[in-house]
Design a protein around this ligand. Structure first.
Ligand code: SAM
Length: 482
């Protein structure tokens, strides 16, 4: 079976207009694609001819900026890792600005394991044993600042991944810089901020800002992350003075907090997140089902995508799910990223319990229009077997649930009133993994003075915690970082 069958439904939408289908094997991604294969022609059926014969990675016969897309399916794994960057550079050269490079590739380690498991013959043409989505983002995309990831999926079928990058428009300038660049730098560069800001190069790779963060020992991980790295590079001047000093201060990571809060409030991060296809898909899924505004969804997205992978494997709990929107959002994102964690949402699903009218502006019975059966059906329809809802007062249901599901990496506390916020925080604390994230949705809202009082009393005064971020919601690390 042609591999294209496995990826067409998701990737064909990026292959519109005039484009190339490289490594063509008889079934083009789009009927109008210009099909290209090596001169020793492929076994193409008569129904669809091979249009061009040539080396798919040396396009001297094609002009710059000619195509809306270049598609290739199971091809780049047949080149040594050291060639991949320059091949992608060449492919992007022939793309128009905003054009898409659309790749469907094997995760070679998973493929090898699959062959061992099934007894299938391993394809000896594979030359890049490291190839995976993470490798491709780190070794290729990260080094080409004319490319922006618009879609990725680390695991398609049993052992493939897909990535779509868009050309952002200035490859010629960058290519010219690269051509002039010297040999790769191996140590921390002694260059000016300005030159470093331009420093991600194409061939002679220089140390990136994110690499410096890691080398200074301030990063919690050495796993590169697209958003994090891209953002630090974009905001070099703001963050550089802070990087050599310890980022972990008073139990929280100041740099991580600033990355998310400053980035979403003032920086380019909101554009990066809002234009991310996975974010968009998750947001669409819960449209009309959540009261959480976009910046808060974006922050939950960043926490799950960039930060939870740094913690010990554990789950997500939500106190206050109402119509299920935020829990489903988190579950969808986690599942799409291949994370095996579970998301559990608690609520009465019949409205607010008794409130303390001296401090809470919400009244008993508010949010009473949720329907737990309808929510569960929605979750089933969405195929999210990692999202579960438990109906009842937190005070009756939470402890038993927490004992059952075990450690928590992210607690989303969105229940508006003093007694519920206080209870939720106190009950979840013993279950948090080191450095876990406790997100309070509402204390900074005018209608939620009770929530603010609970945080002031328990989190700030009693436990002495310092927030890692206050925009778009309050985020604490617990147990605090050391
Ligand atoms: C603002 S809504 C949650 C919004 C939701 N996260 C979303 O995505 O739209 C707050 C919810 O907290 C729930 N709640 C408040 N106190 C509670 C308690 N003690 N036990 C159970 N649910 C509670 C209410 O029933 C209400 O549905």
């Amino acid at each position: 079976m042609s591999e294209i069958i496995r990826c067409r439904s998701k990737l064909a939408k990026y292959c519109e207009g005039m484009g190339l289908n490289l490594g063509f094997s008889g079934d083009p991604i789009a009927p109008t694609a210009i099909t290209v294969h090596l001169p020793q022609s492929c076994a193409c059926p008569d129904s669809h001819p091979q249009n061009l014969a040539g080396d798919a990675v040396r396009f001297h016969w094609l002009s710059d900026g000619s195509f809306d897309y270049v598609f290739s399916c199971h091809l780049l794994e047949d080149f040594p890792p050291s060639d991949t960057l320059n091949i992608v550079l060449e492919l992007s050269r022939v793309l128009k600005p905003d054009g898409h490079l659309v790749l469907y590739l094997p995760d070679v380690q998973l493929y090898r394991a699959h062959c061992e498991r099934t007894g299938k013959d391993y394809n000896p043409a594979h030359q890049n044993p490291e190839l995976s989505l993470a490798w491709f983002e780190k070794e290729v995309v990260f080094n080409l600042d004319n490319l922006r990831v618009v879609h990725s999926d680390p695991l398609v079928e049993e052992c493939s991944f897909e990535i779509v990058v868009q050309k952002v428009g200035y490859v010629r300038k960058k290519a010219a810089e690269a051509a002039q660049a010297g040999p790769p730098a191996t140590e921390l560069p002694q260059e000016s901020a300005g030159s470093h800001r331009r420093g991600r190069c194409l061939k002679g790779r220089k140390t990136s800002l994110a690499d410096i963060v890691r080398q200074c020992g301030n990063a919690v991980t050495d796993t590169p992350d697209y958003f994090y790295d891209q953002f630090l590079e974009e905001n070099f001047n703001l963050f550089m003075p802070r990087i050599p000093t310890a980022s972990v201060m008073l139990g929280r990571n100041v740099l991580d907090g600033a990355f998310r809060s400053w980035g979403l409030e003032f920086g380019c991060l909101k554009e990066l997140v809002f234009s991310d296809p996975l974010y968009q898909e998750a947001e669409r899924l819960v449209q009309g089902r959540t009261l959480i505004p976009r910046p808060k969804l974006a922050n939950l997205y960043l926490l799950i995508r960039c930060f939870l992978p740094r913690l010990q494997h554990s789950n997500i709990i939500e106190f206050g799910s109402y119509r299920g929107g935020s829990a489903v959002f988190m579950g969808f994102v986690a599942r799409s990223l291949g994370m095996s964690l579970q998301v559990c949402g608690l609520d009465t699903f019949s409205g607010m319990p008794q409130v303390d009218a001296r401090i809470d502006l919400h009244g008993a019975g508010d949010f009473g229009d949720a329907d737990i059966e309808e929510i569960r059906e929605f979750v089933t329809r969405a195929g999210l077997n990692n999202v579960h809802f438990v109906s009842g007062l937190f005070q009756d249901a939470a402890e038993e649930l927490l004992n059952r599901i075990g450690p928590i990496a992210l607690a989303h506390i969105d229940c508006d009133i003093e007694s519920a916020v206080r209870y939720a925080y106190n009950v979840v604390k013993p279950f948090m993994v080191p450095g876990g994230y406790i997100v309070f949705d509402d204390p900074l809202h005018g209608s939620c003075m009770g929530a603010l009082q609970a945080v002031e009393d328990c989190v700030v005064r009693r436990d002495g915690l310092h927030a890692e971020q206050a925009y778009p919601h309050l985020v604490y690390r617990y147990p605090p970082l050391v």
